[in-house]
Design a protein around this ligand. Structure first.
Ligand SMILES: [Zn+2]
Length: 276
């Protein structure tokens, strides 16, 4: 499942080819992804100029010149692939394809079809049912130790589970929750309400650092993630704990071994020696 760095990587890859361009040809090759595409989807995108692209949580938001926002979620396996030159050889699972006035092709390929697209008024997009109530952006100014403490107040749940709750902080999934907890030395089972003061500070810093590093590496490609060029991301090669059960903890001076436990149905990887 793509998390914030993978979505950010895709958004940044799309920006130079879409921003300011006209969507000259748009084709929906099936009527639905996870949910039905909005009525008249291809027709409403065709001829529109792209004003800008941004990301909110795990959504790519493409603002159009008619005041509509094209919302995109990659789901589990969605890829946005760019190519130029002649017509691309369309592949199975290329569900939405478009060509810009510059001649670049964009294919949305989604084998498992958990992705979604919608068109919504730009001015109201924060109130879309999928975005309303989502917490602060972890790389934005609104995310601080104080904000995190407030969001965790009274939460009798494990900090790992709390970090996956999109109301606490946006865009973090299993991989980056594990990595941020390891970097900040916080045990995944620690009660969320006890992450305060210096621990909250350390966690906020670690979340920012791990996401920034992952974006710089083009995200993590475990199964499906591809950059818009089709290249893999390579942050998975620098995981500290994720998917490293039984291996030595990479932290300097720590002699611990990475362990795997299951929390709320998801694998948690952590080092019992340096995470408290
Ligand atoms: Zn360790």
């Amino acid at each position: 499942m793509p998390e914030l760095p993978e979505v950010e990587t895709v958004m940044r890859g799309l920006t130079p080819r879409l921003e300011g361009r006209i969507l000259a040809h748009v084709e929906a090759r099936r009527p639905d992804l996870r949910w039905p595409l909005p009525d008249g989807f291809a027709g409403r995108l065709t001829g529109r100029r792209v004003v800008g692209l941004r990301r909110r949580a795990k959504y790519i938001l493409v603002d159009l010149d008619d005041g509509a926002c094209w919302m995109i979620h990659l789901g589990m396996s969605g890829r946005m692939l760019l190519s130029n030159g002649g017509d691309p050889a369309f592949e199975k699972h290329d569900h939405v394809v478009l060509r810009t006035d510059e001649g670049w092709w964009l294919r949305f390929n989604d084998a498992r079809r958990f992705g979604m697209m919608d068109l919504w008024p730009t001015a109201d997009v924060e109130n879309h049912r999928l975005l309303a109530g989502i917490g602060p952006e972890p790389l934005g100014n609104a995310f601080s130790a104080t904000a995190l403490e407030t969001a965790l107040e009274g939460r009798q749940t494990a900090i790992k589970a709390a970090l996956l709750d999109q109301r606490v902080v946006a865009g973090i999934g299993n991989i980056y929750a594990c990595e941020a907890l390891h970097r900040s030395g916080i045990a995944p089972k620690r009660l969320a309400l006890n992450v305060r003061g210096a621990r909250a500070d350390a966690l906020v810093s670690a979340i920012g650092a791990v996401l920034t590093d992952a974006i710089a590496a083009g995200g993590s490609s475990l199964r499906d993630h591809r950059q818009t060029s089709g290249e893999l991301g390579y942050f998975q090669h620098t995981f500290g704990v994720y998917d490293r059960e039984g291996q030595p903890c990479p932290k300097e001076g720590c002699r611990g071994t990475v362990q795997r436990i299951v929390q709320t149905g998801r694998s948690t990887f952590y080092c019992p020696s340096c995470q408290r």
